[in-house]
Design a protein around this ligand. Structure first.
Ligand SMILES: [Zn+2]
Length: 337
């Protein structure tokens, strides 16, 4: 393992690691926490965790170290195993080296230049967000840049699926009308499908889809992970990201597209699902089941927001509204989380 990756592993917050290992922490101070020493039988919490230097030390026996030492001692494993565990449990992403910034794209990813060439806010989708007063011009521009929204040759909006490693998995092309509702006379399609048809991609090329907006997932400068809100439609993610920028909004691209595998990259984060509502609570129930299954191996249990089930009217449920519809129709603009 190279030094830069090790440095990243050593930056995983020591208090997070201790808690994840089941160690009870004491002390209300922000910088210093205490716990019972992990090296000996300790009646009082003698071990101090220094969040600033991200190390720990016992003031009774003098032993201490960094997060890797902590894992080795607590799990009784070797250095390599401790690093592997930290990498997996805390989604440590190895830093890019110089030449990795421009990798030759593996067959399963699309060329980043496709995204760059497509960038535009001229699609009917982007324009109608503003003309229908859903977002201000500035909010729309920021949202378009955040999600790298593109335009297809035939005027559709391109919702790129870019993963947390910034690999372009695919792009979904959708068509909207000037009232910002879907143009159902035009069938949505995939960029990969069009590239295959035009011979740019091999017929056997298989896309590996991911959550829309996944590229926005990165730890804060203090090492903590953002709260992630999962919605069904790309449009809702785009709108909510402008209204509630404190969360990372991602979309599954459809009610039945939600799977535990799709949620797997979110395992370090607090995750809230916002299923669309309906009279029979079908989506709510379905997403709750998937949340339970997906939560295995997650740091926090995935929460399914009952907000729409509790607050939406029967008429709204009949129309199967989503969280963004509800916000606008009910004038409810406080944070949904
Ligand atoms: Zn000790």
């Amino acid at each position: 393992m190279d030094k830069r990756t090790l440095d990243k592993i050593r930056q995983v917050p020591v208090t997070d690691v201790a808690e994840h290992l089941g160690i009870t922490l004491y002390g209300m101070g922000k910088e210093n926490k205490r716990c019972r020493c992990i090296f000996h039988d300790d009646r009082h919490p003698s071990m101090h965790l220094n969040t600033k230097r991200n190390i720990f030390k016992c003031f009774a026996c003098g032993k201490g170290g960094d997060v890797i030492t902590l894992v080795m001692q607590q799990k009784g494993c070797d250095f390599q195993e401790a690093c592997r565990w930290l990498t997996q449990e805390f989604c440590v992403v190895p830093p890019l080296t110089e030449n990795e910034n421009h990798p030759t794209e593996p067959a399963s990813f699309l060329a980043p230049k496709l995204v760059a060439q497509s960038l535009s806010t001229k699609s009917v989708f982007c324009q109608s967000l503003v003309s229908k007063s859903i977002l201000t011009e500035k909010q729309m521009l920021m949202a378009a840049s955040r999600y790298r929204l593109g335009i297809s040759r035939d005027g559709g909006v391109v919702f790129w699926q870019i993963d947390c490693m910034q690999h372009v998995r695919d792009g979904k092309i959708m068509f909207y009308k000037s009232d910002c509702h879907r143009d159902h006379s035009r069938v949505p399609t995939w960029v990969s499908y069009r590239l295959k048809r035009s011979g740019v991609l091999q017929p056997l090329w298989e896309p590996c889809h991911c959550l829309f907006g996944l590229h926005l997932l990165k730890p804060e400068t203090d090492g903590t992970w953002p709260v992630v809100a999962v919605v069904e439609s790309e449009k809702t993610a785009v709108i909510c990201s402008a209204l509630f920028p404190q969360y990372v909004w991602v979309s599954t691209g459809g009610m039945s597209s939600l799977t535990p595998e799709l949620l797997a990259p979110l395992r370090c984060c607090r995750v809230v699902l916002f299923p669309d509502t309906d009279l029979e609570r079908t989506t709510f129930r379905q997403w709750s089941l998937i949340a339970d299954r997906a939560s295995v191996g997650f740091r926090y249990h995935i929460y399914v927001s009952p907000l729409l089930e509790e607050k939406a009217s029967t008429a709204q449920k009949e129309r199967k509204i989503d969280i963004a519809d509800f916000m606008f129709e009910n004038g409810f603009m406080s944070s949904p989380i």
